[in-house]
Design a protein around this ligand. Structure first.
Ligand code: SAH
Length: 354
């Protein structure tokens, strides 16, 4: 049985061509699934009876399953989503004035082992399939619509997607790109490229491919202004050092779009005025937005959050240097839904990969 949720529009067209069907079948199916939320072939009334019956014997539309939901005091919701018997991931819904953001995961665990991240501490099991990635958006849409959330001017309840949950999306390139294509597709979610943000440590060859294949908004997990410190915090920096990464970001936007740089504020590690000045120098001349993220603690973490005063000072130095800088609001931390706190359930841990 082929799961049609794993196919983007181009692949659906090929699938139907092999059945001797016209290409518009692909867009018909996409509208049923992603716009009308219908998953039963039998209910897809503009497909011929014969085709509906054939689809029932050779294809399926299979989603992951919601296991639990928690709601934080600030309205943030976290869902545990079961993929198979041993693996679950987490996704987070963040309602704000004028926008509803869904933070989705791309891998079960993560292989990169950044020292300050709870997901990395879990180890890595496997990549998510396209259906498991787009399925998160499908499931969240259902729940949010059922709960009466209405986003004015949007066809859908979720207005923004950030690929900032568990995993490093650029080490699951093909499936992530296919899922993003479905998000962008006018016959599915019709989100604009500005409303999809992919967060990455900066896997340079994959960033270069992304620019050609699916140039969505970019967030780079920077966290340090020099290689010595970044090597300690983000081991993969040794392979893709800062100067190359910054150059790749500049090429990505071609000077006409912003790149967001995320910088987790770790007490006495990367938060001094000296680091702020070094960071301003590193990002000089690039269209950057800096997002300072107060460190979110998790069990056995080796770090502490910088004080509010330190974070404000750090921000002011960057602003004075002409860089757009905001401190990310802490959301959902009472249910461990904040950045870096997502752990899910990872079984059959494999050795780390690079
Ligand atoms: N692998 C991707 C996406 C997942 S992490 C990436 O690294 O960008 C999403 C963001 O949360 C990243 O910027 C990550 O560095 C940050 N983060 C990780 N652990 C954190 C923690 N404990 N507190 C605050 N932010 C954290």
């Amino acid at each position: 049985m082929i799961n049609l949720l794993n196919l983007d529009r181009e692949e659906l067209i090929t699938f139907f061509a092999e059945l001797g069907e016209k290409s518009f079948r692909a867009t018909q199916i996409m509208k049923w699934v992603y716009q009308k939320n219908v998953l039963e072939f039998a209910d897809m009334t503009n497909l011929s009876k014969d085709l509906r019956q054939r689809l029932q014997t050779i294809a399926c539309l299979k989603l992951p399953e919601i296991q639990t939901m928690q709601i934080a005091q600030d309205g943030t919701r976290k869902w545990l989503v079961q993929l198979d018997s041993g693996n679950s991931i987490e996704m987070v819904f963040i309602p704000e004035e004028g926008r509803n953001t869904l933070c989705i995961s791309s891998q079960v665990g993560c292989a990169l082992d950044c020292t300050f991240c709870a997901t990395g501490k879990q180890g890595f099991n496997r990549n998510l399939t396209t259906s498991e990635i787009i399925g998160q958006l499908w499931l969240a849409e259902q729940i949010i619509i059922a709960d009466g959330y209405v986003t004015e001017n949007f066809k859908h309840a979720i207005s923004n997607v950030v690929i900032m949950g568990m995993g490093e999306p650029l080490t699951n390139f093909d499936n992530v790109v296919k899922a993003m294509r479905i998000m962008l597709d006018d016959f599915a979610y019709g989100l604009s490229r500005r409303r999809i943000t992919l967060s990455t440590v900066g896997i340079i060859p994959a960033l270069i491919k992304l620019k050609d294949q699916c140039p969505v908004s970019l967030a780079i997990s920077l966290h340090a202004p020099n290689n010595d410190l970044r090597n300690q915090l983000i081991p993969i920096n040794k392979k893709y050092p800062l100067a190359d990464l910054i150059k790749t970001c500049r090429d990505y936007t071609q000077g006409n779009r912003h790149v967001t740089f995320e910088y987790v504020m770790l007490k006495d590690i990367n938060d001094s005025p000296f680091h702020a000045k070094e960071l301003a120098k590193l990002l000089h001349g690039i269209l950057a937005k800096i997002n300072l993220i107060p460190f979110n603690p998790f069990p056995n973490a080796a770090y502490q959050r910088s004080t509010t005063e330190t974070i404000d000072n750090f921000r002011n130095i960057l602003i004075q240097a002409g860089l757009v800088t905001i401190t990310r609001k802490i959301r959902g931390d009472d249910i461990n839904a904040a950045c870096g706190q997502l752990a899910g359930k990872v079984q059959n841990m494999r050795a780390k990969v690079d």
